[in-house]
Design a protein around this ligand. Structure first.
Ligand SMILES: [Zn+2]
Ligand SMILES: [Zn+2]
Length: 277
């Protein structure tokens, strides 16, 4: 156990009960004392349902979320999570959930971020025009174990957990608008699949936090850049695929390059802009 984190107080910023999975791991693996506060309004940085648009990247948003907790007295660290859902970056017909977690070290004024890409997600939106379609859609979106959100062009209804109530709202929305979207509720407390992803990410994150700089031994020796430029096997020109991961120490600035992190030394011409424009 890294003594740097042991017995320190960590505030978990979440409106959506993520501390349920994050706190026990930080406590068991790092010995942190976790506190949570659901009154910090993380929705101000953007919501999944789009009432408030997220203007920054998930990487910057997760850092901003941590900073929302910085006026909280007596904490040494602040942890927050941010998820991003949609088409997989390389396989567009697959939906994916990219989760970010960040620890802000209040005393060092330093951020440590980790991310993971998950394919297990029920993220989806289905447009219906007839109430008869509702049962099949709800089944597909894993209701009732997972929440759903009803949406038309000008109305969003959340926090519906009763089938009869959902049906009543859908009938009304169809009557008003002619169609209605059934969205998966991606808020963690209504989405056990996502909660599991956050749990896995937190496990990985504890390894990131405890990894030490080869030169000075400072914790959190982590990837700061995915450098592209892996050579095409046909024309030898650089592709957009990762050539190396750059690790950098936040204390002494020591750098380490991890070449060919995806275990391939050349890229398939399929991914070459020159050979396959
Ligand atoms: Zn160092
Ligand atoms: Zn090529």
């Amino acid at each position: 156990m890294t003594s740097y984190f042991k017995n320190k107080t960590c505030l978990i910023v979440s409106k959506h009960q993520k501390e349920i999975v994050i706190a026990p791991i930080l406590n068991a693996k790092l010995g942190m004392k976790c506190v949570s506060n659901a009154t910090i309004d993380t929705d101000a940085l953007g919501t999944f349902t789009g009432e408030i648009e997220r203007v920054k990247s998930p990487y910057d948003t997760v850092k901003d979320k941590c900073l929302l907790g910085q006026d909280f007295p007596g904490v040494d660290f602040i942890v927050a999570n941010e998820g991003s859902f949609g088409a997989h970056p390389f396989i567009p017909f697959i939906t994916a959930d990219e989760e970010f977690i960040c620890l802000y070290d209040v005393h060092e004024n330093e951020f440590i971020v980790e991310k993971m890409l998950f394919y297990e997600t029920n993220f989806s939106t289905v447009k219906i025009t007839n109430v008869a379609e509702l049962d099949d859609v709800l089944l597909k979106l894993n209701f009732p174990s997972h929440g759903v959100i009803l949406r038309t062009e000008n109305l969003i209804i959340k926090d519906l957990f009763d089938l009869d109530e959902i049906r009543k709202c859908v009938v009304e929305m169809l009557f008003q608008q002619g169609n209605c979207n059934i969205d998966t509720d991606m808020r963690a407390m209504h989405n056990p699949t996502r909660m599991k992803c956050i749990e896995q990410l937190t496990m990985k994150f504890t390894n990131t936090l405890t990894s030490k700089c080869n030169q000075c031994g400072w914790h959190g020796f982590t990837i700061v850049e995915h450098k592209e430029g892996l050579a095409c096997s046909l024309c030898n020109r650089p592709t957009k695929s990762t050539l190396y991961h750059l690790y950098k120490c936040k204390k002494c600035s020591f750098e380490k390059k991890n070449l060919f992190p995806n275990n391939k030394e050349v890229e398939d011409p399929t991914y070459c802009d020159w050979c396959n424009p």
